[in-house]
Design a binder for this molecule. Structure first.
Ligand SMILES: [Zn+2]
Ligand SMILES: [Zn+2]
Length: 446
């Protein structure tokens, strides 16, 4: 498997003298399997040069696959400038997160309407196929692709590409759900939040990991809920996951080449201290790496329940979310954050006992549960739901939302009680909406 970086910058393209070595283009990574299967991860401004190279070096018909992590501008801005889409005879498959009212083709068409771009999506000369993805796995040629939602203020998928036993994991945009971690005697700290642990599980054992490292821990307090990682947490993830090589990715537009050298230096020291042999670098435009494949390797079959394909997936209209909070202002804020989700109905309860009764009656797809409640607190409600004889309540996602400043013990208590996830009340509406979407889509395909 060959991996080449064409765009490494996050948020906005940043050409100029301070970004010459690591590059100023937004995310785009080319992956080619030993069998010739061509994948392109994200369509940031870096895809323009890749398109020029492909158009010049390969005769049509060319077949390829564009995988889009999410639709923030920095990941799709190069899409209409990708020349091979316009060449008749070429065939392109495009994949991206879908579900609910979120459909790949409509979103891409949106940035190519009259006001934004002179050519519409229908005018590509090549044959283009669109595929909406959820969490799971699928194969393209000899490549196995696995997907998992990240924590980002838009529905966002991470991609893990495996072939011949080699693995490359691509996680351009992700914010830790919590900075808390604990030591289990392994090489690095293990995240305390269940969703962060799931994240580490996803990237585990990668030969190469390109991971969001936009901020530093020092910068992070003013960037909470913006959807990105301090690089020190990224190093911790890579160490905990036994990754071989980490490429810091999605560089902040204000980070100069020299700043990035400094970050790599500190990250290398952290990795050396942890042991385990993790190699760290900052992803640079033009950097190419070969991950050797073993021709004898065969991926295990994908059970139907683990497929990433969303065919008309997502929750059906009429599905219900139960919001439990005793603060009318918070209920209003939660409702406001979710009002654009047409596919779901919201019901509310204001104390713990009422919440249990309403849960039994409505059998919701998701429960958003405040910690501090009259009569029974959120922890007790959570425990009671998980003990209920109706099996639905053993697996219904419970997202705890709390205004409490949680310490490590609180977080542990929350997950011990059976919560699936938690958010503190400093959340942004887009963050809540993305978290809710990913839970609904996960449970719809479970
Ligand atoms: Zn981004
Ligand atoms: Zn983003």
């Amino acid at each position: 498997m060959r991996v080449r970086f064409w765009g490494t910058r996050g948020s906005i393209a940043k050409p100029g003298p301070t970004t010459l070595r690591y590059g100023g283009n937004t995310p785009c990574v080319e992956v080619e399997g030993a069998d010739g299967t061509l994948l392109i991860l994200d369509c940031g401004t870096g895809i323009h040069a890749l398109g020029q190279k492909l158009a010049a070096s390969r005769k049509p018909p060319l077949q390829g696959h564009l995988l889009i992590s999410h639709y923030h501008w920095d990941h799709i801005q190069g899409f209409p400038f990708f020349t091979p889409l316009f060449i008749p005879g070429n065939e392109w498959h495009i994949y991206g997160p879908g579900g609910m009212d979120h459909q790949l083709q409509a979103i891409l068409a949106g940035q190519m309407t009259y006001s934004y771009f002179p050519i519409s999506l229908e005018e590509f000369g090549s044959s283009v196929h669109y595929h909406n993805l959820g969490e799971g796995a699928f194969d393209i040629g000899g490549l196995r692709i696995s997907t998992q939602y990240t924590n980002h203020p838009a529905l966002t998928l991470a991609f893990r590409v495996e072939a011949g036993g080699a693995s490359f994991t691509y996680i351009p945009d992700h914010e830790p759900s919590s900075l808390f971690s604990f030591d289990n005697g392994g090489p690095g700290p293990i995240p305390l939040h269940l969703q962060d642990r799931r994240h580490v599980e996803f990237l585990k054992g990668s030969d190469l990991l390109a991971h969001d490292a936009q901020y530093t821990l020092q910068e992070y307090p003013s960037k909470v809920s913006w959807g990105h990682s301090p690089y020190e947490k990224t190093v911790e993830y890579a160490v905990a996951g036994g990754v071989k090589r980490l490429a810091l990715f999605h560089h902040d537009p204000l980070r100069t080449d020299r700043d990035l050298d400094g970050l790599v230096g500190t990250a290398e020291k952290m990795a050396a201290k942890a042991g385990g042999g993790l190699e760290v670098m900052a992803a640079a435009e033009g950097w190419e790496i070969e991950l050797p494949e073993d021709p004898a390797w065969k991926p295990p079959p994908i059970p139907a329940s683990c497929s990433a394909w969303l065919s008309g997936g997502g929750p059906k209209t009429g599905g219900t979310i139960l919001i439990v909070d005793d603060d009318p202002l918070m209920v209003r804020l939660l409702e406001k954050s979710l009002e654009a989700e047409n596919a779901v109905r919201l019901v509310t309860a204001h104390d713990g006992e009422a919440a249990l009764k309403l849960a039994m009656k409505e059998r919701p797809l998701l429960i958003i549960l405040d910690w501090g409640l009259p009569k029974m607190d959120g922890i007790e409600v959570c425990r009671a739901l998980r003990r209920n004889e109706d099996t639905l309540f053993r697996k219904v996602p419970i997202l705890m939302v709390t205004g409490k400043r949680l310490d490590e013990k609180d977080v542990q208590k929350c997950f011990d009680a059976g919560a699936s996830d938690y958010l503190t009340k400093k959340f942004s509406p887009t963050q809540l909406r993305s978290r809710v979407r990913s839970w609904l889509l996960r449970s719809a395909s479970a």
